[in-house]
Ligand binder design. Structure first.
Ligand code: ACO
Length: 390
């Protein structure tokens, strides 16, 4: 029996702190008028104290699981698409897995810039269709604000922080993710990159002094790339799904720049209203932008059961990706019985207690083993000698 990957839950999170264009105009030589007319952005959210990519991803994931009526122990795999992980290693997905208490799930991060969420959707739907997994959580989460040079007006006005998530589940009913495309052109890697902090240029006092740990971007070539690739990827994914552009009720494009979205609509010869936008309130949240936009479009009642959508993004890499989706969930979603919500809440409390206990036990274990490792360093192999007498 053929399997289909349906989106059965969705959720988003944006930090409370809001940074306006006027705030930015007090920080760098820019103006509300320039930012609005060149990008369409009016405000963006910026993380507060203690907020990270993992904590925002967790909040979005919990909201998505609530809609999906799925408990964390049902998740087989967690994919976090991000360009701003909590640590260079381990994966932010592992932190989300631990905080959710998703004890059965594998977890990995996916780095494909702003296209990351659609890449994740494509990988997840493939694994579901192949029968490898039944339930996958795909998160797009970013704390881009920490990689921004707040004195560079060319980039600091564009980006914002946030997270969005979906739950994908296997079903035998046709629909869900119908087709996807992923593409890359690494010859454009240096058009949008963080020069230092990787093995090519490890972090040093010198790289920090030169600000090489900040995001660098050549805006114009990225713009040209975007207006070319967004329509191409949209057409290609429709073709693969056996749909025409007229079959698509709503496009959810990556929210980078209103002019890119409008130019894509013109190239596709579709009315601007069929391109969903919310970038005026979020700015470019990179891999989080498409799932946040998807949530807002659903919650605004713009997507009905049976509708066809195209999710399409581009980003650092350079990368691009698109997915054609047939929506299968009602809106509003039926209210869950109170005890299911309470059960989930209790599960999260248990998950944080479990995490704390495991971390404490690991610390204690390390403390207990320390004297042995000291002895071993001094040439005393006693623990091994004991072993050999067995
Ligand atoms: N305020 C005022 N003036 C500015 C600002 C600013 N914030 N930024 C640039 N300018 C100036 C420039 O210095 C330039 O001045 P000059 O003519 O005296 O040299 C002038 O405005 C025009 O600059 P351009 O770069 O040509 O402006 P453009 O219209 O191309 O808009 C922008 C710049 C918004 C960055 C645009 O190129 C763009 O959106 N590019 C795509 C960026 C993008 O989508 N990036 C995300 C990729 S996804 C990911 O993976 C993260």
């Amino acid at each position: 029996m053929k399997r289909y990957a349906h989106i059965i839950g969705w959720g988003k999170y944006a930090p409370e702190n809001v940074l306006t264009n006027d705030d930015l105009s007090r920080m760098v030589d820019t103006s509300d008028e320039w930012i609005r007319t060149r990008t369409g952005i009016q405000t963006r959210h910026i993380v507060g104290e203690g907020e990270t990519t993992a904590t925002m991803g967790l909040r979005a994931a919990q909201a998505a699981l609530e809609v999906a009526n799925v408990t964390p122990d049902q998740i087989d795999l967690i994919i976090v698409a991000t360009a701003s992980p909590d640590y260079p290693t381990p994966a932010t997905a592992c932190l989300v897995q631990d905080a959710l208490g998703a004890t059965r799930a594998g977890a990995f991060d996916l780095a494909a810039g702003c296209s990351g969420f659609v890449y994740g959707l494509s990988v997840a739907s493939g694994l579901i269709e192949a029968g490898t997994y039944d339930t996958i959580l795909v998160i797009g989460a970013e704390t881009i604000s920490h990689a921004i040079d707040w004195s560079d007006r060319g980039t600091c006005v564009l980006f914002g922080d946030g997270a969005g998530a979906v739950v994908l589940q296997a079903s035998e009913s046709p629909g869900g993710v119908l087709a996807s495309v992923m593409g890359a052109d690494g010859s454009g890697a240096e058009l949008l990159y963080v020069p230092a902090g990787g093995c090519r240029r490890p972090t040093s006092a010198d790289t920090v002094a030169q600000g090489l740990h900040f995001l660098r971007m050549e805006g114009r070539p990225v713009f040209r790339f975007a207006v070319n690739i967004m329509p191409r990827a949209s057409r290609l994914v429709c073709e693969r799904a056996g749909l025409s552009l007229d079959d698509i009720e709503l496009f959810i494009p990556h929210q980078a720049n209103e002019r890119i979205i409008q130019a894509s609509a013109r190239a596709l010869k579709i009315p601007a209203e069929r391109m969903f936008t919310n970038l005026e309130r979020y700015g470019n949240t990179s891999a989080a932008s498409i799932p946040i936009a998807l949530c807002e479009a659903v919650e605004a009642g713009l997507i009905r059961r049976g509708d066809h959508l195209v999710l399409v993004g581009f980003g650092a890499g350079l990368t691009w990706a698109a997915a054609a989706v047939q929506w299968s969930m009602p809106w509003p979603v039926p209210t869950r019985p109170w005890w299911r919500t309470t059960l989930r809440w209790l599960y999260y409390r248990w998950a944080s207690l479990r995490s704390w206990t495991l971390r404490t036990l690991r610390r204690m274990d390390t403390q207990i083993r320390k004297p042995f490792s000291h002895d071993a360093e001094n040439g005393d192999q006693q623990p091994h000698k004991e072993d050999s007498t067995k």
